[in-house]
Design a protein around this ligand. Structure first.
Ligand SMILES: Nc1ncnc2c1ncn2[C@@H]1O[C@H](COP(=O)(O)OP(=O)(O)OP(=O)(O)O)[C@@H](O)[C@H]1O
Length: 301
């Protein structure tokens, strides 16, 4: 079942093309990570999908329905990149008032339960004007999930939060997925995206330039890998011959007494290197292969 589908979605502000044709399909139950440098167009994309802005051309559907129908809106939750709150109200009153206004009234108990789930246990009765930046961020997430939506749009849900809160919110996002929700999130925290997202799209200058699971993205970039080996001492008589052979097998060779590091272009080469070492009477104790991280992929994309 498809949660979000966009077809050649474009957006221009005056002469500036911000989205240049985005076509995406996001399945129900995914945590979809949307990455891109500052100004790439991520928030604009979310704003269009959530009805805050209109597209210039192209179409999209949300939860199988044409976008912006009121029934569909009730099934989505949004945490925009910049949330505003009723400052004179306590967090719990703010959530109740907001849920009444949005046509999904929530009980006081439900509001308190949701505030606790985002880690605001001790601040449910505090006025939102006294909230710190991080507390407001959590309140924004609470506001997005108060009506138990099927689909959540989270624009940088953990930016500006302390390390403990980041982990708390990441766990909350994963638990929402376990409950069957679909999450579309933007983030500049690549470790976070790698950790919790089921699929990732990388956007650059209004276009999606890479999209797939982490394994798919990594296999695309798995053309080179850094191999590190620990081994027994190399007999002095074998050292030069072995060094010459290794230089032909890969690049960036670093040879130490009992370890080496080399960049190779295929997994087959790793087996060949182990055989060559054994033939030179060197025992291999450990092999570590460094795969590209999301950061490597992001930087190269
Ligand atoms: N209302 C607007 N009017 C004119 N230009 C806008 C408007 N909103 C966004 N833009 C421009 O559109 C481009 C994309 O902005 P957007 O906020 O979507 O990027 P982003 O990928 O979310 O960036 P960031 O990571 O910094 O949040 C930017 O060049 C921005 O200046």
């Amino acid at each position: 079942m498809i949660a979000i589908e966009t077809n050649d979605l474009k957006k221009a502000y005056g002469k500036m093309a911000v989205l240049k044709g985005i076509s995406l399909q996001i399945k129900k139950g995914e945590i979809f990570g949307f990455l891109g440098r500052n100004g790439a167009g991520k928030s604009t994309f979310i704003n269009i999908l959530t009805g805050i802005a209109n597209q210039s051309s192209g179409s999209f559907s949300i939860l199988g329905a044409e976008a912006h129908r009121s029934e569909t809106k009730k099934k989505i939750g949004v945490m925009p990149d910049y949330s505003t709150f009723y400052e004179h109200m306590s967090a719990v009153d703010h959530l109740r008032f907001f849920s009444d206004l949005s046509g999904n009234p929530a009980s006081k108990e439900r509001c308190i339960e949701v505030l606790k789930s985002v880690g605001l246990n001790d601040h449910v009765r505090k006025k939102t004007k006294k909230y710190s930046f991080g507390m407001k961020k959590k309140l924004g997430i609470a506001q997005a999930i108060i009506h138990d939506p099927e689909l959540l749009f989270l624009d940088e849900p953990t930016s500006g939060l302390d390390a403990e809160s980041v982990i708390h919110i990441q766990k909350l996002i994963s638990s929402l997925q376990e409950q069957g929700k679909t999450i579309f999130m933007t983030s500049h925290n690549l470790d976070e995206v790698e950790k919790i997202c089921t699929r990732v799209a990388i956007m650059r200058e209004g276009l999606i330039i890479k999209c797939g699971t982490m394994d798919e993205l990594k296999s695309f970039y798995r053309s080179t890998m850094i191999v590190k080996m620990k081994h027994s001492p190399i007999p002095p008589s074998e050292r030069e011959t072995l060094k010459k052979w290794l230089k032909g097998a890969g690049t960036d060779l670093i040879m130490k007494d009992q370890s080496l590091s080399i960049t190779v272009s295929s997994e087959k080469k790793i087996a060949e290197i182990i055989r060559a070492l054994n033939q030179s009477k060197v025992d291999v104790y450990g092999v570590h292969v460094e795969e590209p991280s999301l950061q490597d992929i992001f930087m190269e994309a």
